[in-house]
Design a binder for this molecule. Structure first.
Ligand code: GLY
Length: 356
C-alpha cells in the first residue's frame, strides 16, 4: 500500500491500493482521533448501488453508529439546496462536533460533503473515500470544498482538509469510459505543470486494466498536489498552477450547461490556452502538438464549438479573477513548468481570441 502524507493546516495520510474500502472502518479507527461515535456516509445513488453496503458494513463492524444520506448523481445536484439537506440530516440525527462525515464518491460528493462538514456546527471532521480517478488524483486531496452557484462553478465553499483519504483503485473498474478519461485529464494536467517524466506515461492510452500503472499515477499526482498545497494551502499564489486549463474549462462547462463534464472541459481548456500561448510566443509550439496528441490518445476532446466572445464572457465569472479588471492565466511554457500571468481583462480577451 502506498501512503502519502499531506502537510497542510492539518497533516493527514492518503492511502492508495486495491481492496481498501472493505477496511474503511479500520482505517478511520486507526487514524481519526479522538474516535467519533457517529459516522454519516454521504454518496450519490449510483455509488450507493456499488459501494455503500461494503463501506457501511465496515463502519458498523468497527463499532460506529452509521447513518447514510443519498442524493441523485450528477453535477446538477451540486448546489446549496443539497448542502442544506445534508446539514439538516446531520442536525436531525444529532451529530456533534466529535462525530464524522464520510464522502464516498467522485468530486461532487467529496466537495459537497467537505463543505457540509466545514459549516455544520462550524466544523466537524470528514474523511474522503474517492471512487473516481478524478477525485483520487485531484479533488479529494487539498481541502477545496464547495458547490456551484447560478453564476458559476464552485463559487461557494471553504478550504477544509479531511482527516484521511482512502483511494481504493478497485473502484475504478466500474467507471464508464467517459468518467475514466475525465480523471486522466486531471492527471495529465498534473504532469504538464510539474512532471515531464509522468507526461511520458500518457503517450499510450491508459486503460482501467492498467492497475499498477494507475496506482503509480495516482501516487505521483497526490505527491505533487501535496507538495503544492503544503506551500500554498489557500491559493495565494503557487496553488493556482493546479488551475491550468480550468478558467477556460469552467467557462466551457458553464456554456454547455454542465453537459460537458469537468475533466473533458479541462482537457479542452488546457489545449485552448496552450494554443493561445503558443500563438503569442509564450509557450513552445511543440507543447501544443504533444499535449493534444496525448489528450486525444486518452479519449479526451481538445476543441469546443463556442465563440471567443462566449468563452471570454463565461470565464469572467471564474473565481480565479483577481479583481474587477484582471485575471491570472496559468501558462505552461514547456513540459513540467508553469508561469502565473496576471493580466488585464482586455489582454485576456485577446488571449482567448488567439486560440481560434
Ligand atoms: N483542483 C485544484 C486545486 O485543488 O487547487
Amino acid at each position: 500500500m502506498k501512503k502519502i502524507e499531506v502537510k497542510a493546516s492539518k497533516t493527514y495520510p492518503v492511502f492508495i491500493d486495491s481492496n481498501l474500502i472493505g477496511d474503511a472502518g479500520k482505517f478511520i479507527k486507526d487514524t481519526v482521533s479522538p474516535l467519533p461515535a457517529k459516522v454519516a456516509l454521504f454518496c450519490d445513488d449510483k455509488v450507493e448501488q456499488l459501494y455503500a453496503a461494503v463501506v457501511e458494513k465496515s463502519l458498523k463492524d468497527s463499532g460506529f453508529e452509521t447513518y447514510k444520506f443519498v442524493f441523485n448523481n450528477g453535477e446538477a445536484q451540486k448546489h446549496m439546496g443539497t448542502i442544506v439537506q445534508m446539514i439538516e440530516f446531520l442536525a436531525q440525527n444529532d451529530f456533534t462536533r466529535k462525530d464524522l462525515a464520510v464522502a464516498l464518491g467522485g468530486g461532487v460528493t467529496g466537495d459537497m460533503t467537505g463543505f457540509s462538514a466545514a459549516i455544520y456546527k462550524r466544523g466537524i471532521r470528514f474523511v474522503q473515500i474517492p471512487t473516481t480517478l478524478l477525485a483520487m488524483v485531484d479533488s479529494s486531496v487539498g481541502g477545496k470544498t464547495g458547490c456551484n452557484l447560478s453564476a458559476g462553478k464552485n463559487l461557494a465553499g471553504a478550504f477544509y482538509q479531511p482527516e484521511l483519504v482512502i483511494c481504493d483503485t478497485d473502484c475504478l473498474k466500474t467507471l464508464d469510459d467517459k468518467d475514466f478519461a475525465c480523471g486522466l485529464a486531471e492527471a495529465i494536467k498534473t504532469a504538464v505543470i510539474r512532471d515531464a517524466k509522468l507526461f511520458e506515461v500518457f503517450k499510450r492510452r491508459i486503460t482501467k486494466n492498467d492497475s499498477e500503472t494507475l496506482k503509480n499515477i495516482i501516487a505521483r499526482c497526490v505527491e505533487i498536489k501535496a507538495d503544492v498545497v503544503a506551500q500554498d494551502e489557500k491559493e495565494g499564489g503557487l496553488r493556482q498552477i493546479l488551475n491550468f486549463g480550468h478558467t477556460i474549462g469552467h467557462a466551457i462547462e458553464k456554456l454547455s450547461d454542465y453537459k460537458i463534464p469537468h475533466g473533458e472541459a479541462v482537457s479542452i481548456g488546457m489545449a485552448t490556452i496552450t494554443k493561445a500561448f503558443a500563438k503569442t510566443g509564450k509557450a513552445a509550439p511543440a507543447l501544443y502538438e504533444e499535449l493534444t496528441a496525448v489528450l486525444e490518445a486518452n479519449n479526451l476532446p481538445v476543441k469546443h464549438a463556442y465563440s471567443a466572445q462566449a468563452v471570454y464572457s463565461a470565464a469572467l465569472s471564474d473565481k480565479k479573477r483577481n479583481a474587477a479588471d484582471s485575471i491570472t492565466a496559468v501558462c505552461a511554457p514547456e513540459l513540467g513548468k508553469t508561469e502565473l500571468l496576471p493580466m488585464k481583462l482586455k489582454d485576456f480577451e485577446n488571449l482567448v481570441s488567439a486560440s481560434f
